[in-house]
Design a protein. Sequence first.
Length: 260
Amino acid sequence: MLPKIMGILNVTPDSFSDGGRHATAAEAVEAGLRMAEAGAAIVDVGGESTRPGAAPVPLGEELRRVMPVVEGLVCRGVPVSIDTRKARVMAEALAAGATMVNDVSALTHDPDSLAVAAASSATIVLMHMQGTPETMQQAPDYADVVAEVRAFLDGRVAACVAAGIPEDRLVRDPGIGFGKTLEHNLALLRNLPALGSPLLLGASRKALIGRLTGADVHSRLPGSLALALHAARMGCAYVRVHDVAETVQALRVWAACNPG
Ligand code: 8Y7
């Protein structure tokens, strides 16, 4: 099975690679609609930048950013994922019709988020991060990054199952770039199947592509496509990408060459 595509729709003034592109909620909804038309299985709406060093966003501001976009997309029949660490934002987006929760803290940031997730029928993405967005890239440190990320994800899956979320609604994510050096990221990428399944890979336009090639953030589409194809080869269930149409094309050609 080819990975499903999660299209990235940032509604933040400061997101690192497409910050400030959508001036209004209506424009953001249009962009999400175009992603769905291009082949995204789901559109991930986020109102809090989690790039390295980013400051937290207050609850009211995050809700004002994401809710009109979530509602607009649901209205048009686009499947929506809510990218948030806050239980209230999850709850409101789920009530408005979102069907997936993408939490870079794996439901650890907000003490209410496990209960909100358990009360829903949404798919939950559990991502690994070492530290917090404010500090995570200062001194990433692991004895065995693959084993430690695996153990963290196993622990979060177990906590979710104990809270009543069926395991078939849980997706694991190594959290590329979240408290990781280039070497840590590469160790994870080379060993994705060792992390369990189903997996989501988010590597689109990330700094590791710049570290490997020198490409600046606006010139990382080729590296992003290489990583999407790698995710396909490794059996990932989802890839989280900015460039939906380009990723669809790359995956379709790859799939024709790799039947079954
Ligand atoms: C990821 C993510 C980001 C990722 C998941 C960016 C919100 C930085 N990266 N969520 N979010 N996985 N699940 O480059 O890798 O988009 S933010």
